[in-house]
Design a protein around this ligand. Sequence first.
Ligand SMILES: NC(=O)C1=CN([C@@H]2O[C@H](COP(=O)(O)OP(=O)(O)OC[C@H]3O[C@@H](n4cnc5c(N)ncnc54)[C@H](O)[C@@H]3O)[C@@H](O)[C@H]2O)C=CC1
Ligand SMILES: O=C([O-])CC(=O)C(=O)O
Length: 308
Amino acid sequence: MKVTVVGAGAVGASCAEYIAMKDFASEVVLVDIKEGFAEGKAMDLMQTASLNGFDTKITGTTGDYSKTAGSKVAVITSGIPRKPGMTREELIGINAGIVKEVTENLVKHSPDVIIIVVSNPMDTMAYLVHKTSGLPKERIIGMGGALDSARFKYRLAEALEAPISDVDGMVIAAHSDTGMLPLFSKATRNGVPVSEFLSEEKKAYVIEETKVGGATLTKLLGTSAWYAPGAAVSVMVQSILCDQKKMIPCSLMLDGEYGESDICLGVPAIIGKNGVEKIVNITLTEEEKAKFAEAAKAVREVNGDLKF
Ligand SMILES: NC(=O)C1=CN([C@@H]2O[C@H](COP(=O)(O)OP(=O)(O)OC[C@H]3O[C@@H](n4cnc5c(N)ncnc54)[C@H](O)[C@@H]3O)[C@@H](O)[C@H]2O)C=CC1
Ligand SMILES: O=C([O-])CC(=O)C(=O)O
């Protein structure tokens, strides 16, 4: 099955590489606006095929969407990343126009596509895709929670001095520095709540470092991260193409779930061949419910800046 990745920059190329390495898609089409860039990235990646042992065909195009026709999944990573000191929300001015135009082109050539939105501010960009694409809500999925949960597990393992494979945990709500909600109450080490092992001080450290995970990397790298974002997208694409029905926190259009409507926010969902197979309702503590509502309020304000 064919996967399109729009934006052949840091995240798009990393995403294409992980998808190809796992060898579950027949073709990955990279699209970029910069002349020759997607073609170059595709050729470079294809020259790793014999070395890394995959058969996925990777092609590139400068803006010719006819090459994306019949895609089962399209990933939108086009747009600008933030620089140190910026918030994701500050990217809305440039990225909204790009995401809208890209969505229209994708849907025109692949009316049955499932779109994964990556460009920031992601929850708002996912909302924009819902409002402008005409696609059913099951086929628009924002990527944030998968990445934020991976960062949560990294910080939990660090605090527990445990291997990451021992640790499980999930982040929901907004993909923003302040609106992320790491579900500490549900995190475990081999089935045992992590609160049995970690002090209040360590708990606060893990939560805070998880929330500013993207900002920390942006400060270190001078631009935002790409390896873990690319890997997170590849897990979601695989769950769709291989109908794995994994439970992954994703930014989805809510219609009363978690007390919110007409907003995209991170919630756990079953991801399979139809896109969102089901939103999973989990019990939150009163404190978590309040934080979820606070995150929704902030995202709604950013959504208010969109012009359709
Ligand atoms: N949701 C998430 O968890 C994450 C989101 N991001 C976001 O992903 C986006 C991409 O980040 P990077 O790959 O690091 O940036 P990048 O600058 O390396 O790549 C972006 C690419 O998009 C291309 N592009 C711009 N306008 C286009 C258009 N109209 N059509 C096709 N291609 C176009 C650019 O030429 C560039 O190659 C940013 O908005 C960033 O904030 C990044 C990491 C994680
Ligand atoms: O931090 C950023 O701007 C990019 C992103 O969303 C992330 O890495 O979580």
